[in-house]
Design a protein around this ligand. Structure first.
Ligand code: PGA
Length: 252
């Protein structure tokens, strides 16, 4: 039986004072369940203080992206080893906003996943189709291309550590959630894709759903056999909203 992972992607939101309150609220209200792990992913400047505040609480910390390089002349970039150094355990890689707004290709995403794994981070690898791609019937081939690039680069064994997040682009920040059945269909396909390489690994890999997940729709999504948690944007910015999803996981 896979555990649930509920990850908050704060995106470019927060402040020192606001974060301290949010993190305290999340730690205080985190479900006391061995089967649910919470991760919070603040912007880079806040990672170290948030990691310090969360240390020992059981709530893990992750970054929202990472460089594919180890060190050197890459102005503005942050290396995977630096993230480990300040207490990050996870890193989101290939979020659709990174792909769309910053030109990250599947090849770049694969390099970043490799660099993250080499540094001892757990990558949360995001995949998902646009509305146009869904409507043209290419959801499965899009996900296959995005995930395939990563599997080719790091090998299937890496998915004993790496997490997958299925995030249909049309559901992100739009209030339009995939129905549990729509999401399950793609999650099942992703697991079958992994199983085509190694069935034991596929059975254990956590596959998260992301895209307008909130307290009201979390239970239905998390009840699906191949949905093992969520990657939460908007609803991760308030402790009560984030915890409602965590509670749904704890009861699932
Ligand atoms: P949302 O974002 O929950 O605000 O739709 C999810 C994400 O982008 O990870």
């Amino acid at each position: 039986m896979r555990d649930f992972l509920v990850a908050g992607n704060w995106k470019m939101n927060g402040s020192s004072a606001g974060n301290a309150e949010l993190v305290a609220g999340i730690i205080a209200g985190a479900p006391r369940s061995d089967r649910v792990r919470l991760v919070i992913c603040p912007p880079f400047p806040y990672l170290a203080p948030v990691a310090a505040q969360a240390a020992g609480s059981g709530v893990a910390v992750g970054a929202q992206t990472v460089s594919q390089h180890e060190s050197g002349a890459f102005t503005g970039e942050v290396a995977p080893g630096m993230l480990r150094d300040i207490g990050c355990e996870y890193v989101i890689v290939g979020h659709s906003e990174r792909r769309e707004l910053y030109g990250e290709t599947s090849a770049t995403v694969a390099e970043k996943v490799k660099a993250a794994l080499d540094a001892g981070l757990k990558p949360i690898v995001c995949v998902g189709e646009t509305l146009e791609q869904r409507e043209s019937g290419s959801t499965e081939s899009v996900v296959e291309e995005q995930l395939g690039a990563v599997i080719d680069k790091v090998g299937i064994a890496a998915f004993a550590t790496a997490v997958v997040a299925y995030e249909p682009v049309w559901a992100i920040g739009t209030g339009k959630t995939a129905s549990p059945e729509q999401a399950q269909e793609v999650h099942r396909h992703i697991r079958a894709l992994l199983a085509g390489h190694e069935s034991d690994i596929a059975a254990a890999t956590q596959i998260l759903y992301g895209g307008s997940m909130k307290g009201e729709n979390a239970a239905g999504l998390l009840a699906m056999p191949d949905i093992d948690g969520g990657l939460i944007g908007g609803a991760s910015l308030k402790a009560a909203d984030f915890l409602a999803i965590a509670q749904a996981a704890a009861q699932g």
